[in-house]
Design a protein around this ligand. Structure first.
Ligand code: UDX
Length: 415
């Protein structure tokens, strides 16, 4: 199938590359010429396991010319939906891209399906995207199709997740629209759920909110277990033997970060409030997750005066295997340490450069130098932190690194 993808961001690039690998004719549109050049040279502009290799294997067209979209049977909108400082979702990129697609639709006689892949508040495709597309003078469901097909890709595992999805959710304006996407996904041997547009939008947000809830739930149990002298990892192991609960997302620790879980939770809370509903559980999770990061600093204060002390951070990325620091728990922790008058020395195998843009004032050092700090906080569970000699150190562990238990003073955040 002929597929156009807008833009070459995280979801777009992975989606485009994977659809090309599966034998589709894909063009990715982006205005960033530097990015396009890198992709053409088989170099991914984002860090993602296996993506460079994939780009070198496939035939993928990239262009800054929206005109290239007109030959496609489906055009996938994979634009970022960032939030402003109040947590309100900024749909400017979606709106701009929808206007460009409307121009294309105006000039085009054939039928194509506009598919929203970005994570958006329920109602956005119907209330924002379709009205813009219809400024073309063409009618949704008649002259062109519309779908909302969310992605559930994990950073660092995005190619694997794309190729092995648990399910495909197709929100459709009408069955003709959905049939096109159904065809595109027919080789994936997984359940394909067809539903309406805003249900698909909600499935994405509810899924991420549920994962955030599961993590926060086990973190709360962990905080309690610590007071009771119980190992929360043993508790989780016992819980996971019940199929209804399962073992995933029960790793207690410093909490969740990243570009999706925190933002999607906030998006859902904002949408709930817009309807006049107070989402007590969701708000509780967002607040709890922030407090959980600060618990590391509170535990540290039991052992050390922070003013003037040098605190070493092991890990800045929001999880291992990525250089992404968006909403990393390290951000909250560093803010709190600086507020308390501590000096911060940090190490991360991949994410130090990205973190430096947020906190140029802290010291970025080698792992050895960080280990020579007055105390150490483990914030990301990089594999290389699993065989460090922690003896003679003060360690507050936010990620359950078993070797760290040998430290002179050791505190697990919830164990
Ligand atoms: C997530 C969803 O998993 C994915 O389906 C969605 O499309 C995008 O958001 P991602 O942000 O890449 O993916 O990371 P994920 O692996 O889900 O981890 C998110 C955060 O939760 C990380 O900070 C991680 O450290 C934390 N986490 C995860 C825990 O603290 N405990 C766990 O048991 C699992």
């Amino acid at each position: 199938m002929k597929v156009a993808v807008i833009v070459a961001g995280y979801v777009g690039l992975v989606t485009g590359a994977c659809f090309a690998k599966l034998g589709n004719e894909v063009v990715i549109i982006d205005i960033d010429e530097k990015k396009l050049k890198a992709i053409n040279n088989g170099i991914s502009p984002i860090y993602e396991e296996g993506l460079d290799e994939l780009l070198r294997q496939i035939c993928l067209e990239v262009s800054s010319d929206y005109g290239k979209v007109s030959a496609s049977e489906t055009v996938m909108l994979c634009l970022g939906t960032p939030s402003d400082e109040n947590g309100t979702i900024v749909l400017d990129y979606m709106i701009e891209a929808s206007k460009r697609i409307a121009e294309m639709l105006r000039a085009r006689s054939g039928y194509s399906v506009v598919t929203v892949k970005s994570t958006v508040p329920p109602g956005t495709t119907e209330e924002v995207v379709i009205p813009i597309l219809e400024t073309s003078g063409k009618k949704a469901g008649q002259d062109f199709g519309v779908c909302m097909c969310p992605e559930f890709l994990r950073e660092g595992k995005a190619i694997y997740d794309f190729m092995h999805p648990a399910r495909v959710v197709i929100g459709e304006y009408d069955s003709q629209s959905g049939d096109v996407l159904d065809r595109l996904y027919q080789d994936f041997k997984v359940p394909i759920m067809r539903t309406d547009l805003k249900t698909a939008e909600m499935i994405k947000l509810a899924s991420n909110a549920y994962l955030a809830t599961k993590i926060s739930f086990i973190n709360e149990i962990g905080n309690l277990c610590k007071r009771l002298g119980i190992d929360v990892y043993e508790v989780a192991r016992g819980m996971a033997l019940d199929d209804r609960i399962g073992s995933q997302f029960l790793n207690a620790g410093v909490g969740f970060g990243g570009s999706c879980l925190p933002k999607d939770l906030i998006m859902l809370i904002a949408k709930a409030k817009e309807t006049g509903y107070k989402p007590a559980i969701l708000e509780g999770i967002a607040n709890f997750n922030d407090a959980q990061a600060l618990r590391m600093v509170e535990l540290l204060k039991k052992h050390l005066t922070l003013r003037g002390a040098t605190i070493g951070l092991l890990g800045l990325a929001f999880k291992p295997g990525t250089d992404d620091v968006r909403d990393s728990r390290a951000i909250k922790i560093v803010e709190a340490l600086l507020d308390e008058g501590a000096r911060v020395r940090a190490y991360d195998p991949l994410a130090a450069d990205n973190f430096r843009r947020l906190f140029p004032q802290i010291e970025y050092a080698s792992k050895e130098a960080v280990l020579n700090s007055d105390a150490i906080l483990i914030v990301t569970e990089w594999a290389e932190f699993k065989d460090i000699d922690y003896r003679r150190k003060i360690v507050i562990d936010g990620r359950r690194i078993d070797k760290a238990r040998e430290a002179k003073i050791y505190e697990g955040i919830g164990w």
